[in-house]
Design a binder for this molecule. Structure first.
Ligand SMILES: *Cc1c(COP(=O)(O)O)cnc(C)c1O
Length: 500
């Protein structure tokens, strides 16, 4: 991706060659940022590589070509009295980086010894109230991490972590994060780093095939996938697209009439998205889920709410179904909700943020039956798919049909990270079969927990009274951790019941 020019090919010559290349590819503007420095020993040209994966770049897609000239390896430079900061000294990076990897590996080695939950409000006492004027050493920083930070970390990666939902890290995901930090691109458009956009397109196609999503969600159809930061952003983006579509059809003044449907088990991210998108709060329809059907929403209840809204002149425009609700892993009836959406020309969004990972296993794929009807589908690779936070996958059926993708148009922010690297590395370094058995192992452990529960007559599974929520999914969890958690629950139950 960059040409080193020490001897032979001179800098000027390289620029000319690069410019000639760019001109032959119909560029409109070329800006040269020449940051040549007197102490430069070696210069590198970071040039735009030829389009490799998506074919030739069409004229209209190029807004601006930036040619970055960067220097590296200069001697310490003087700023008059002291020394300039050299924040990317490669030897320092190598040394400190190795030490940090050791630190992280040691953390994981001892993670089980930490209490999963830590105490709040302690840190202010321990740290100074302003930033240091002079640099500190890495050693003193490591000490502070050990003594002051780790005591306040909730250890999501602990094998004893069973709260909320899993947040998986893995060696592959971790390496991907490192590499993404290394390139540190701001990949808002194709040209800002073609590999980032093109890899994202490819990896999301891979993933769509793993989940057997309908072909309209693939990049060679009108649709495609994109990595969002979180499921909250994914549902907001879908809602905004749906709102635009509805307003185009019904006129701008109809905003106050647009109605959104979801169940009371739907993640609160949807309500937040409605607030941001300007959906009137009285038009956010929360349908009470069916507790006899493990808290899935009933299509009849949705239809009923919808008919009432129609008869009062409102415009139903968005249904959000969940595959694996956060609280109880309920699966809403996708085919029926999809039919309702279709009949009323509504946008149908599926939130499979938490449980979607399981659908890469053929035996759980049936939970996605009905996804053919969806306009958008989302799942979080950063929950239960060994991909370090953040990595939320969103597929849409219809995107703007441009010949190159500029992902800035698919998300809220302009800037974006090279997130596809870590997902690609997870898929490549583990392979689908291992990932499937990883999911299966957690489901086995959850079943083991269910057995433990059922063997104690004081507990029932989903009694509707006291509800214990136990989320297995941490990468390090083994049977002994589930057993230990169960012991703890039993002891607590004995205390509670003993005092009654
Ligand atoms: C976790 C979760 C979300 C929100 O996830 P973020 O990525 O943190 O926004 C949304 N929906 C479901 C079903 C979830 O489990």
């Amino acid at each position: 991706m960059f040409a080193t020019c020490k001897t032979g090919l001179g800098l000027k010559q390289s620029i000319e060659q690069t410019s000639a290349y760019l001109e032959s590819h119909h560029t409109h503007t070329t800006q040269v940022h020449n940051t040549t420095h007197p102490n430069t020993k070696q210069q590198k040209i970071h040039s735009i590589p030829p389009p490799r994966l998506l074919g030739r770049l069409p004229d209209c897609a190029i807004h601006q070509i930036l040619l970055f000239l960067a220097m590296e390896g200069g001697d310490t430079t003087s700023n008059g009295g002291g020394e300039w900061l050299r924040p990317m000294d490669t030897e320092q990076l190598r040394e400190c980086g190795h030490r940090m990897v050791d630190f992280v590996a040691d953390y994981y080695k001892s993670i089980e010894s930490f209490p999963v939950l830590s105490q709040p409000g302690y840190l202010k006492e321990l740290l100074p109230d302003s930033a240091p004027r002079q640099p500190d050493t890495l050693d003193s920083l490591f000490n502070d991490i050990r003594q002051k930070i780790i005591p306040g970390v909730t250890h999501w990666q602990s094998p004893n972590y069973f709260a909320y939902y899993p947040s998986n890290s893995s060696t592959a995901g971790f390496l991907g994060e490192m590499l993404s930090a290394a390139f540190n691109i701001v990949g808002f458009s194709w040209i800002t780093s073609p590999a980032a956009t093109e890899l994202e397109v490819i990896v999301l196609d891979w993933f769509a095939k793993m989940l057997q999503l309908p072909s309209q969600f693939l990049s060679n159809a009108l649709g495609g996938g994109v990595i969002q930061g979180t499921a909250s952003e994914a549902v907001l983006v879908a809602l905004l697209a749906a709102r635009d579509r509805a307003l185009k059809k019904h006129g701008k003044q109809s905003l106050e009439k647009l109605v959104v449907y979801a169940s009371d088990q739907t993640h609160s991210a949807l309500q937040k998205a409605c607030q941001i998108a300007g959906i009137f709060s009285e038009n956010f329809r929360v349908v009470i889920a069916d507790c006899d059907n493990n808290y899935a929403v009933s299509p009849e209840a949705v239809s009923e709410a919808l008919s009432m809204d129609l008869s009062s002149g409102l415009i139903p425009f968005f249904i959000c179904a969940t595959v694996g609700t956060t609280s109880s892993s309920a699966v809403d009836p996708l085919p029926e909700l999809g039919q309702i959406a279709k009949a009323h020309d509504m946008w149908f969004h599926i939130d499979a943020a938490y449980a979607g990972s399981a659908c890469i296993c053929p035996e759980y794929r049936h939970h996605l039956n009905g996804v053919e009807e969806a306009d958008s589908f989302n799942m979080n690779a950063h929950k239960w798919f060994l991909t370090n936070f953040d990595c939320s996958l969103l597929w849409v059926k219809a995107s703007q049909a441009n010949s190159v993708v500029d992902f800035k148009d698919w998300q809220i922010p302009l800037g974006r990270r090279f997130r596809s690297l870590k997902l690609w590395m997870v898929l490549r370094l583990y392979g689908v079969e291992n990932l499937q058995s990883y999911i299966r192992k957690h489901i086995c452990l959850a079943k083991h927990f269910e057995q433990l529960l059922m063997s104690d007559s004081r507990f029932e599974v989903l009694s509707g009274k006291f509800v214990l929520r136990f989320a297995v999914g941490a990468p390090l969890t083994e049977e002994q951790h589930v057993d230990a958690a169960w012991k703890l629950l039993q002891n607590e139950a004995s205390k509670v019941l003993g005092s009654m």
